[in-house]
Every structure is written in structure tokens, then in C-alpha cells.
Design a protein around this ligand. Structure first.
Ligand SMILES: Cc1cc2nc3c(=O)[nH]c(=O)nc-3n(C[C@H](O)[C@H](O)[C@H](O)COP(=O)(O)OP(=O)(O)OC[C@H]3O[C@@H](n4cnc5c(N)ncnc54)[C@H](O)[C@@H]3O)c2cc1C
Length: 379
């Protein structure tokens, strides 16, 4: 197998050859460009590096994957657009899917031909996810799904959805949930985008009205979806932390460079940069353990919740410090190119507020740490 040093050199030189990618400010145009970018990365063999060849991946290791993420971010190249498929839902399909599901769904997920969304949260079931009410009832060989999801990122663009549904309302909440893989082109699905404070319309309300889903699209057994959902949420917390660490480091470097080039790195600014650096070192220390767990293929654990808590706090600290440093220079999101980075910093600052909510809020992560790591009595 290719050594990590050789692999890093090859990745660096490939990224240098393809050069910088122009990413439009308009969200729809941006989505299309990033989808084509995923295809380019996939065709060149850079997507799904640690996934098996059978699933469409390269059969390398998680260490190769980490090296590539680092090189991609350092080259200031964007991430592929299908991150929910790649980091969140895909690992669960790979682990719990039938051979047929893995063969049919995973290569298209990796290439970006299919974009995935995650239909977990509902208007009355976010933190208390197990209370979800979207129901699926048997109808011959199919299930008929009716209900509502919310905050479903990229539902308006997705071809597939990983959907949690209630298949048995008569048992304990967690025991009656199934995990369905739903074709978003199925009749009866309406995805209505919601505008966020960044100005983007990244997530949606999703309405399901007697949507017919074949039973073969169950991931795992009927009524055993809760354990798989836990796996999905754990993957999201672990993988995102490692990628985000490098992204934050590069963001801080870029902000400091931008200020230095304008000669505005005075005493107050230096103190803010110092605080952001301290926060980054805390994240470094935490992610060293995350990397060890990932390389050992340990799978999701409650420790992922510690990662998520540290990451949230560091992300919000770093972008708040950058925003304070740049002041009026940071420009509003979507505006072109009135301020440093064409509104990049304002966008990042606003988006960082979501970090302590998505993937399970910070309060919920603290409860997981208290109960499952520290063994404190349940509240
Ligand atoms: C940018 C973004 C993208 C998202 N993408 C998706 C997606 O693709 N798919 C998806 O399914 N969901 C998605 N979500 C939804 C996200 O998972 C939920 O917002 C989150 O789980 C919180 O649920 P809620 O919004 O219903 O808040 P609630 O559960 O109503 O919580 C409201 C507040 O009360 C606190 N709280 C609730 N219960 C407790 C408790 N027991 N103890 C202490 N405090 C508590 C919470 O921490 C929070 O501060 C996304 C959210 C965001 C912000």
C-alpha cells in the first residue's frame, strides 16, 4: 500500500495541478459547482479513500483519508458537496446495509451522482429524537410513510433520504423505530427550503404523504433502526471534528494574513489571535485521541460527544475572535467583494452559531457525557 508520505506528495501535486476552483456566491450555482467538484475528485480516486473497493472506494486507510482532507483544506480547495452522504449516512449503509444496498447505493453516493439527506428531526422531536412520529404502515410488500421532518439539510437537492420512521407505536419509544432509505423522487414528498440567518437555504421542511417505500429499502431489520441512528449520529460527530479542525486552522491563518497585509494587526488584534490560538490548541489535544480512535476503527463511542462539545466551543470562539478582529471589514454574507474574503468571515461567524445545535445540541452532548461516560445518575 502507498506510504502516507508518497500519498501526501501525490495529493499535493494533483491539487496544485487542478488549481484553484472558482466557487460562486449564489447557493444554487455553488451547489452545482461543488457537485461537479465531487465528481472530479471521485474520478481521480480521492473520494472514499478508506472505503472498500466493492463499495466504490479506494481500499486505503483512514490515515490516508485524513492526509487527503488536510491537503485539500491547505490547498484552499472546497469540500465535495455530498458530505452528509460521505460522513454521516454512508458509513451506516456500509456497516448495516445488505450487499445489494451497498452495491447499488454507495458508488453513486461517493461520486456525487446521488446526494443524500438525513431525515431524523421533526417539529416535536429534535433533542428527544426517539419521540418521532412520522409513521410507516405496512401495505403489501411496501411501507406507506406519512409525517413531517424539519431542518433536513439539502432535502431540496437530494436524491435519497435516510429516514427514521415509527413502525410500532405500541412498544417503548426506541424499540418501534425503523431506518428507511427513501428515494426522494417518490410521489408524496414535498421539500420546502427554509432560509437561515446566513442567507442560505440549506435546510428544509419535508412533508411525507403516504409515500410508498419498498421493504427492501429498510436499513437493518424493521423496528431496529434506533441503534443504526445512533451509529449515524456518532459518525457525524467523529468525522466532522477532524475535518473541521484543519478548516479552522486554515481560516485563522487566512484571517491573520489578510489583516497583516492591511497592516492592521495591532495590540488588541494580537490578543484576539492569541485567544483563538489557545482555543485551537485545546482542539488539537482533543482530536489527537479522535484520530487514534478513527485509525483503530473503534466506531462511534460516547467520547464523540466530547469531541463535538470541544469543537463547538472552539469553532464559536475562533470565528467570534475573527469577526471582532475584522470588524466592519468582514462584510455581509453573499455580498461581493466589499470586504475581506467576500463575506466569508461573516458567513462563517453566523454559521458557527449552528455548531452547538446540529448533530445534537451541546446540552444533549453534556447529558451523554454525564450519563454514559461518567456514569452519573439519569436526570
Ligand atoms: C444547520 C443545521 C442543520 C441541520 N441539519 C439536519 C439534518 O440534516 N437532518 C436532521 O434530521 N436534523 C438536522 N438539524 C436539526 C438538529 O439535529 C436539531 O436542531 C437538534 O437536534 C435540536 O433539536 P431541536 O431543534 O428540535 O431543539 P429542541 O430539542 O427543541 O431543543 C431546544 C433547546 O432545548 C435544549 N434541550 C432540549 N432537551 C433538553 C434536555 N433534555 N436537557 C437539556 N436541554 C435540553 C436544547 O439543547 C436546545 O437548546 C439541523 C440543525 C441545524 C441548526
Amino acid at each position: 500500500m502507498e506510504s502516507l508520505e508518497e500519498f501526501r506528495a501525490r495529493a499535493r501535486s494533483w491539487l496544485a495541478d487542478v488549481g484553484p476552483l472558482e466557487v460562486p456566491a449564489d447557493p444554487d450555482a455553488r451547489f452545482d459547482v461543488l457537485r461537479r467538484w465531487q465528481r472530479t475528485l471521485f474520478d481521480a480516486g480521492w473520494v472514499g479513500l478508506a472505503w472498500s473497493r466493492e463499495a466504490g472506494g479506494s481500499g486505503l486507510t483512514h490515515a490516508h483519508q485524513l492526509v487527503f482532507v488536510e491537503e485539500l483544506v491547505r490547498a484552499r480547495a472546497p469540500q465535495p458537496v455530498g458530505l452528509i452522504g460521505l460522513e454521516v449516512v454512508g458509513p451506516s449503509i456500509d456497516r448495516y446495509g445488505t450487499d445489494e444496498q451497498r452495491r447499488e447505493l454507495l458508488p453513486r453516493l461517493l461520486s456525487g451522482d446521488d446526494i443524500w439527506c438525513q431525515g431524523f428531526s421533526e417539529p416535536d422531536a429534535g433533542s428527544d429524537l426517539a419521540s418521532l412520529r412520522t409513521r410507516a404502515v405496512a401495505d403489501g410488500a411496501d411501507l406507506l410513510v406519512t409525517g413531517q421532518k424539519i431542518w433536513t439539510s439539502w432535502a431540496h437537492k437530494a436524491q435519497w433520504c435516510a429516514l427514521l420512521v415509527r413502525t410500532d407505536p405500541s412498544v417503548r419509544k426506541q424499540a418501534g423505530i425503523s431506518y428507511l432509505l427513501v428515494d426522494m423522487a417518490s410521489p408524496g414528498i414535498t421539500a420546502r427550503p427554509i432560509r437561515q440567518m446566513t442567507g442560505d437555504q440549506e435546510f428544509c421542511e419535508v412533508f411525507l404523504d403516504e409515500v410508498r417505500v419498498p421493504r427492501r429499502n429498510l436499513l437493518g431489520a424493521e423496528n431496529e433502526g434506533w441503534a443504526i441512528a445512533t451509529h449515524t449520529l456518532g459518525s457525524e460527530r467523529g468525522a466532522a471534528t477532524l475535518r473541521r479542525r484543519v478548516e479552522l486552522e486554515v481560516a485563522l491563518e487566512d484571517a491573520v494574513d489578510a489583516l497583516r497585509s492591511r497592516g492592521t494587526l495591532g495590540h488588541r488584534a494580537r490578543a484576539a489571535v492569541g485567544r483563538a490560538h489557545v482555543a485551537m490548541r485545546v482542539l488539537d489535544a482533543q482530536t489527537r485521541r479522535t484520530t487514534e480512535r478513527l485509525l483503530a476503527d473503534a466506531g462511534p463511542t460516547p467520547v464523540d460527544s466530547v469531541d463535538k462539545l470541544v469543537l463547538n466551543e472552539v469553532e464559536q470562539t475562533v470565528f467570534a475572535e475573527i469577526a471582532a478582529l475584522l470588524g466592519p471589514l468582514r462584510a455581509v454574507p453573499g455580498s461581493r467583494p466589499a470586504g475581506l474574503g467576500s463575506g466569508r468571515w461573516a458567513h462563517e461567524h453566523l454559521y458557527s452559531r449552528a455548531a452547538s445545535i446540529y448533530g445534537g445540541s451541546s446540552q444533549i452532548q453534556r447529558t451523554i457525557v454525564a450519563e454514559r461516560l461518567l456514569g452519573l445518575p439519569r436526570g
